[in-house]
Design a protein around this ligand. Structure first.
Ligand SMILES: *Cc1c(COP(=O)(O)O)cnc(C)c1O
Length: 233
């Protein structure tokens, strides 16, 4: 990787940090409440390492295999990995070893598999439950009703610790439609959270709509393309 590429990535990272800070401020929220997951799925190990060097700490991958590969890369040993994309049950075991947080749990069967894998490793696995807030058929995610019944069964999965909820906004409709989808997630959280299960993390917002996510209470925004603007991918 050329030095200019590293510089470009560092500049992009700084610009995103500033935009996130501005969105947090205009929402009147505490800056410590919102973290950026730098999504590295578009790039290789050197570019991902450039993000760490620029100050990113949480890195996200959407495909399990890419997560495993990067998780073993020597240049990336300081990264804290998040899986943000769809996970199949046959890929759970290795993912649980790499990922600090799995954002995309969308079925009871997957939660069960994660719980079993966590039992094997002897430590709890942190997860978010993905909710389909847009109603789009091609989207992964639990319906609000399925979410609420899964939350009633969590005692069956003691080592899969549910920390909160995740959603993807509707593909059309821009920020204003995204904001409506994100409001649905926040309202679901507010109605389903309890003292034992605060569901404090809300993962919502990407390059095109993270300001809307932050306005609606996101604690994690998943930003990819804006970090690699100007690069030939
Ligand atoms: C790729 C991806 C992102 C990042 O999207 P950008 O628009 O590139 O910022 C966020 N979340 C998920 C689930 C993704 O797959």
């Amino acid at each position: 990787m050329e030095e200019a590429t590293g510089q470009l990535i560092a500049d992009n990272w700084r610009r995103i940090v500033e935009r996130v800070a501005a969105a947090v401020q205009s929402a009147g929220r505490d800056p410590n409440e919102v973290s950026i997951v730098a999504v590295t799925k578009y790039v290789g190990v050197p570019e991902s390492a450039a993000l760490l060097a620029a100050g990113a700490t949480l890195l996200g991958e959407s495909r399990p295999q890419q997560l495993w590969e990067k998780c073993e890369a020597e240049q990336l040993t300081d990264a804290r990995w998040h899986l943000i994309g769809h996970l199949q049950r046959n890929k759970v075991a290795r993912t649980v070893e790499c990922a600090e947080l799995i954002h995309s749990v969308d079925s009871p069967r997957l939660l069960k598999a994660i719980n079993s894998a966590a039992e094997q490793t002897g430590k709890n696995c942190h997860v978010l439950l993905e909710v389909n807030t847009s109603g789009e058929a091609e989207k992964h995610g639990l319906t609000p009703d399925a979410l609420s019944s899964l939350l009633d069964q969590l005692n069956d999965y003691p080592q899969a610790e549910v920390r909160g909820l995740m959603t993807m906004a509707s593909r059309s409709g821009g920020q204003s439609q995204a904001r409506k989808n994100f409001a649905v997630l926040r309202e679901l959280r507010d109605s389903l959270a309890s003292e034992e299960l605060p569901l404090s993390e809300l993962s919502m917002g990407m390059t095109g709509d993270f300001e809307a996510g932050i306005a609606e209470g996101a604690t994690l925004v998943r930003i990819g393309s804006a970090l690699f603007e100007g690069l030939e991918l």
